[in-house]
Structure formats: C-alpha cells, structure tokens
Write a protein that binds this ligand. Structure first.
Ligand SMILES: *[C@@H]1O[C@H](CO)[C@@H](O)[C@H](O)[C@H]1NC(C)=O
Ligand SMILES: *[C@@H]1O[C@H](CO)[C@@H](O)[C@H](O)[C@H]1NC(C)=O
Ligand SMILES: *[C@@H]1O[C@H](CO)[C@@H](O)[C@H](O)[C@H]1NC(C)=O
Length: 432
C-alpha cells in the first residue's frame, strides 16, 4: 500500500499544478493502478433490456426494427469490425469538443481508428441516428452526471445530434464549465452536464484544501440531485476519481480511508466505497422519482467503468501507442476494470429489484467496459495537447490514455444508449 514514494508524489504534484485540473484528474489515479490491479475473475452478467413497466416516450416509433427483437440484445460481447463510413462528425464540424479530446485537430496523424464499428455477437447495433434520438427525447431533459468521462460521453452525443439540429448553450457556471445546459429548439430538449465525480456528497482535494478527497457515503451530492425532479433521463458515469487518496465518512463517523499515510485511519480500498456510493445514489433516485405522484418518473442509466490503456509510464513517449482495436481473444477483462464494472452492474440489478414496484422508474446499466477495453487506439495520448511533436519527438511527453478522442469509440456508447431508449419506447407502446 505504501510503495508510493514521496519523490514520485512530489513530482506528480508539481506536474498536476501545471495541468488543467478538469482535463486531467482522471489520469492521476493511474499511479495507484498497480496497487490495486490484482487478478480476479468475474462472471459477466448480461445487459438485459427487458422491464415490466411502460416507458413514456412519445408513441411514434413502431418502425424501430432494432428495438423489436424479441430477445434482448447483449451488447457487451462482440467485435470491432472495419466500417468505411467513418464518424458522423469531425473535430472541426462540432463546436463542443473539449480541447484535450480533439485529437485530429491537435495533429494526431493516423485516421484508421475512426473506421471501426462495434458488432455485437447476437444482434445488430445500428449507426447512430440523430433524428430518432431527438424525436424520442422531445420535450425531455437528459442529464449527464459524473466525472470527466460523463462529459466525454455528453460531448460525443452533442456532436452527433448537432449534425441534425443545433444545440444552443443556455447555461454554464463560472468554474471550468462543470455545469452546463444546452437546449434544442427544434425538439424542446434540454441536455445538461453536472460535475459530480462521486455522485455522493464529497469534497474534492485541491491545492488550497486537503490533499485527499472526502466522501460522505450516506448523502447524495445535491449539486445535481436537487435538480432531479426536472430530469427525465439521467446518465451516471463515475469511476476513476475513486482511485484517489480519500477519507470516507458515514454520518459523523469515519469508515476508513484509501491511501492516507499519516492519517491513522484504516485503509479500506475503494471497491466497497464505490458500491456504497452507488447504493446511496440509486436508492435516492428511487425514493425521489419512484412514486406515481411524480408523474412520469425518471429513467436512470449507469455507464460502466471505462478502462484506460497505459503501457508503461504515462509521461513517456508512446504511452498508448496502438492504432488498431484489439480483436477477440487479444485482451480479457480482468483486474480493476472487471471489478469496477461488476460492482456497477450488481448495484444496478439490485436497484432494479427494489424499484420493481414503481411503474414509472427504469434503471439500466450501459455496459461499455469490454467494448472500450478493446479500443487501446481511441485515446488522445500525446495529442491531448496541440501538435506535441512540432519541435521533434521528445522522450518525455504527457499522455492521456484515459479519455477518448472525439470522434472516437465513445460514440458507440451513445449508439447503445439510443438502443436502450428505443427499446423502452417500444415497450411502453406495446404495453399501452
Ligand atoms: C469536417 O466536416 C465538415 C462538415 O461535414 C466538412 O466540411 C469538412 O471538410 C470536414 N473536415 C475534415 C478535416 O474532414
Ligand atoms: C492510531 O489510532 C489508534 C486507534 O484509534 C490509537 O490507539 C493510536 O494511538 C493512534 N496512533 C497515532 C499515532 O495517533
Ligand atoms: C407523461 O408523459 C406523457 C408523454 O410525454 C405526457 O403526455 C403526460 O402528461 C405525462 N404525465 C405526467 C403525469 O406528467
């Protein structure tokens, strides 16, 4: 646990100070990967998109073929296959790409990573259709809540939707664009992003404050949850922030900590903590949005853990050098990636059971861990900064092997998101 040497710690701190915190927070925990990367085999529970209650999206989509398949699709197992069509947008056509993820505009030379399509084994995953998405979300509010991976997924979605209808930025808060909202006038849709890297109440470590996070595991983070009544669909996405040093609270008592030398608390790791945070979050969503008096309730989707792909030191040339996806059998889901995903799937399944009595509440896991694991080629790497090799190749260069280039593999997450929404819509019509 304590192999984290002070000198390394120091150089990290000085590095971190230089970096945009909101871009880079997810990379810091990678130092801890080795500490927690122990092998463990995990059984894969499948993504089942059957539920017994009606979904109230507008009833005009009987033609949605892919939603009508009688066997629910398992999107988790499949292959990346070549697709000459390429992405719906590019780094110049979409205005809402975070600088650090705009890979081709930053000089990433290879384009091959843009020409792959995820092909589930047993069913078809259609290309993203922005018009269908907009139609199904008419008059709704979709909120993304979580860390920078939530933002990455949101920006992918906005770029794809923008090819059909222009989003208008109608709200942003002062600090780092952590809270933003767009409005689609064409369909009266709101799409927003809420920064909440733990979902539960927390105090993030900072240069000014403590050098560890504080998590209050029995309280949801009201920075987003206070607005919950206005959401029709919530996409939750967390994970990497749980790897940071942290102290965990429940009520007034301290449960323990993670990587907190000098604080004399019990090291409890972060797996149980993630589980507790999800339990609190999903329980709160069910309590607040389950009741019939809340009308149409809320649909909650949890995007599962997104693996990173560092090979060796993260600040070394070639930290994530691959230019092609892994193929079946090249790479298995294991260690921390598998464990984080398993906890997330289990907590969504548990929440589904406790929400069964509520007609209008639906929960689902958006299981992207495996398909993302197979895309080591999809990260910005050194192209998190513009033209990193303009003055020649250097041995030391900062790499982002956590977030995803836009366009890129993360667009697939939203293709699956659309399939979930289509299926719910189809079921709600069939059951009426
Ligand atoms: C990006 O997309 C726009 C609009 O579709 C197109 O005009 C432009 O040529 C594309 N740029 C690149 C570099 O492909
Ligand atoms: C650490 O905590 C234990 C148990 O609470 C206590 O007995 C011990 O004195 C503490 N050590 C230090 C250095 O504070
Ligand atoms: C539920 O949603 C439908 C369709 O969007 C809408 O017509 C209806 O008024 C809503 N019901 C309530 C109670 O909000």
């Amino acid at each position: 646990m304590s192999s984290f040497s002070p000198s390394k710690n120091h150089s990290y701190r000085s590095l971190i100070r230089k970096l945009l915190p909101w871009t880079f927070y997810a990379i810091i925990p990678l130092v801890f990967f080795r500490l927690y990367f122990y092998p463990c085999t995990v059984s894969h529970s499948n993504l089942i998109l059957i539920s017994s209650s009606p979904f109230s999206f507008s009833p005009s989509t009987l033609e949605e073929e892919s939603a009508k398949e009688t066997t629910p699709c398992d999107y988790t197992n499949g292959d990346w296959v070549r697709d000459e069509r390429g992405p719906l947008y590019n780094g110049t056509s979409c205005g809402t790409i975070k600088e650090g993820q705009n890979c081709n505009s930053h000089g990433r030379p290879d384009m091959g990573y843009l020409y792959w399509r995820w092909k589930p084994k047993q069913c078809k995953l259609p290309r993203f259709d922005p018009d269908t998405f907009l139609r199904l979300l008419r008059n709704k509010h979709l909120a993304f809540v979580g860390d920078s991976m939530a933002r990455n997924q949101l920006e992918s979605l906005l770029c794809m939707l923008a090819t059909a209808s222009a989003p208008k930025l109608v709200y942003r808060d002062g600090e780092d664009n952590k809270f933003r909202r767009w409005h689609f006038d064409s369909h009266n849709i709101d799409i927003s992003i809420y920064w909440s890297p733990f979902l539960v109440k927390g105090v993030e470590k900072s240069n000014a404050g403590p050098n560890h996070n504080k998590l209050y595991l029995d309280h949801v983070d009201e920075r987003w949850a206070a607005d919950m009544n206005g959401f029709d669909l919530i996409v939750l996405s967390i994970g990497h922030w749980f790897l940071h040093p942290a102290v965990y609270y429940k009520g007034d008592s301290i449960l323990g900590c993670h990587h907190c030398p000098g604080l004399n608390y019990t090291e409890i790791g972060f797996y149980d903590v993630l589980r507790k945070a999800l339990k609190t979050t999903l329980k709160t969503a069910i309590e607040r949005r389950g009741g019939g008096s809340n009308g149409n309730g809320t649909k909650v989707i949890l995007t599962t853990f997104s693996p990173s792909h560092f090979e060796g030191d993260w600040d070394k040339f070639g930290a994530c050098p691959k230019t092609k996806p892994y193929q079946e059998g090249d790479k298995s889901l294991e260690g921390m990636d598998a464990e984080m995903r398993k906890i997330e799937i289990e907590e969504v399944e548990a929440a589904k059971l406790s929400a069964m009595q509520f007609d209008y509440l639906r929960l689902e896991a958006l299981d992207v861990t495996k398909l993302s694991l197979m895309r080591p080629d999809g990260h910005p790497g050194p192209y998190m900064y513009p033209f990193p090799f303009a003055n020649g190749v250097t041995e030391r260069v900062q790499n982002d092997c956590v977030h995803w280039c836009l366009p890129g593999p993360i667009d697939t997450w939203n293709e699956i998101l659309l399939e979930v929404i289509k299926r719910w819509d189809y079921q709600s019509i069939r059951e009426e």
